[in-house]
Design a protein around this ligand. Structure first.
Ligand code: CAA
Length: 388
């Protein structure tokens, strides 16, 4: 395993962090509680992100994007998530939906679908899971049947982040039922394709400003050129995509955790009990130290994983990206769950109320242990790498 240090945030990365943090503090943080409360997609904040070119930073300049590297993308998602996890899913899901095209799509597909995302005219979601195919993604049932120059898609995709607000979807479907995972292909489906509809919004614990819905495909007839890559390569493309984007979930997790830690530090310096600041109690200090230690360890692993992702995106083979991506996602999301839970604890009864942001951060952190592969799946992926 190559684990030498590959990353060092540059001056530009630092400047980017400052820019995103000030936008997040000015425009996103003041909206975060309301976004959570109303469960509405924050179109106003989306427009602010588009105006600042932060909604899909990873799209290469050749397709009209900002061409941010993987570490810069992590920093953007981290800083947005520090203020509002729901909003951080805008750049994260735009990356998830489009990486299949960047990895395996034809030039025609990339030219057609990436520029509208870069311009902020469309968002791009990723549709792998189904009601009966979650962790075992290869057991999907959605079918795509060739009909002349077209494919006809039928099936139900589930847990699709930003479904309904996204214009475009990478959809994995079975083209050869006799071939298992090698019989799955990936396609671009548009929201306006006849036969596409959406289930009701899931009633979730957190990330409430990001709609999660089923994408229902009923005789959706799309041109064959909308297949991403060759027939039968869709499952590999789907997993190779997750190698890059589990790192963005790690970024989201460390952002949420940083938001909770920062809030808790501010609180314990103000709150007085037994005649002194609760920050002066060693029990509280040890909790803060553990929170910061876990967070920093997760952050450094995430940045190392991002550096590997960047190498792979630029054509340099890296034999352990899959391991690093799973490790970063798993470590960061487990850390975020612990840190946000401790932040609630440090605020005591106040922390348990919606008058303070840390209970929202705790609820939002939970999903990072579940989506883009549960942490049990991440551990399975890591173990397979170790034992192969
Ligand atoms: N990159 C490329 N190819 C890969 C790969 C990778 N990282 N990992 C495996 N493959 C290939 C294998 O080599 C194999 O190909 P061959 O048959 O040609 O050798 C093929 O893919 C199938 O691999 P496996 O046999 O390992 O597949 P499996 O069915 O045993 O398990 C799994 C794979 C790792 C469990 C996978 O199903 C998985 O990651 N499951 C979790 C699903 C998941 O992460 N879902 C997330 C949904 S997206 C989401 O949550 C988004 C959101 O809302 C924000």
């Amino acid at each position: 395993m190559t684990s030498f240090p590959l990353y060092a945030p540059s001056e530009e990365h630092q400047l980017l962090r400052e820019t995103v943090r000030s936008l997040a503090e000015e425009k996103i943080a003041p909206r975060a509680a309301e976004i959570d409360e109303t469960e509405e997609f924050p179109w106003d904040v989306y427009k602010d992100l588009v105006a600042a070119e932060l909604h899909a930073v990873h799209i290469p300049e050749a397709y009209g994007g900002a061409g941010a590297d993987a570490l810069a993308t992590v920093i953007v998602i981290e800083e947005i998530a520090r203020a509002c996890a729901s909003t951080s899913l805008i750049p994260a899901v735009n990356k998830l939906g489009t990486v299949p095209l960047l990895l395996a799509g034809s030039e025609e597909l990339k030219q057609r679908y990436l520029p509208p995302v870069a311009r902020g005219e469309a968002m791009f979601s990723y549709a792998l899971s189904e009601p009966e195919a979650g962790s075992d993604a290869a057991s999907m049932k959605t079918r795509a049947v060739r009909d002349g120059d077209h494919y006809v898609l039928n099936g139900t995709k589930m847990w699709i982040t930003n479904a309904g607000v996204s214009q475009f979807y990478t959809v994995m479907a079975v083209t050869d039922p006799s071939a298992g995972a090698r019989g799955i292909s990936a396609f671009v489906v548009e929201k306006d394709d006849p036969g596409v509809s959406f289930g009701p919004k899931e009633k979730k614990l957190g990330i409430k400003g990001s709609p999660t819905r089923q994408v229902i495909l009923e005789n959706v007839r799309i041109p064959a050129w909308r297949m991403i890559g060759e027939p039968g390569t869709g499952f590999k493309t789907a997993l190779a995509t997750l190698d890059h984007t589990r790192i963005t979930i790690a970024a989201q997790a460390i952002g949420i955790a940083q938001g909770a830690l920062d809030y808790a530090i501010g609180y314990v310096k103000e709150r007085r009990q037994f005649g002194k600041r609760i920050a002066d109690f060693q029990g509280v200090q040890f909790m803060l130290a553990d929170m910061a230690m876990k967070l920093e360890a997760a952050r450094q692993l995430t940045y190392a994983a991002a550096a590997k992702s960047e190498l792979v995106m630029n054509g340099t083979p890296v034999d352990d990206l899959t391991f690093f991506s799973s490790a970063a996602k798993c470590a960061a999301s487990d850390a975020a769950m612990e840190i946000t839970t401790d932040a609630v604890q440090l605020l005591g009864g106040y922390g348990y109320t919606r008058d303070y942001p840390v209970e929202r951060m705790m609820r939002d952190a939970k999903i990072t242990q579940i989506y883009e592969g549960t942490n049990q799946i991440q551990r399975m992926v890591m173990a397979r790498h170790l034992l192969k």
